[in-house]
Design a protein around this ligand. Sequence first.
Ligand SMILES: [Zn+2]
Length: 123
Amino acid sequence: MKTLDALGKNWIFLLDRAAIYTLPLGILFGMFMVFTQTLPWKTCVLGVLGVSFTLSVVHQVCLYHFVKCPTCGWNLTIFKDGKKIQPKFLYNAFSAGKPCLNCGWVPGEPPTNNEEQHSQDND
Ligand SMILES: [Zn+2]
């Protein structure tokens, strides 16, 4: 994910993976819980669906609100006409490192705007 790497936002992609994997893993976990009679099956089903749903909603919100071009501030997840780009295509574009639709910034290059970029490490 060149673009997310450049923006330090790989966690958004991890959120996407988490939302996807919660379902099968949660079902396995739920089956185990039901089998060992730790939890009733309704609780497991609701829990798994709830967590997976919540994660995917959080992922969508973060994806469409936090991925911005560091040079011009353009939202990299929408087309020029303002329509949202589907996550599948977005992640293709992100891993290919597609340039910003608005200003042409390419992930991996320093923002070309002005002197705002300081390389200080205050750990
Ligand atoms: Zn831009």
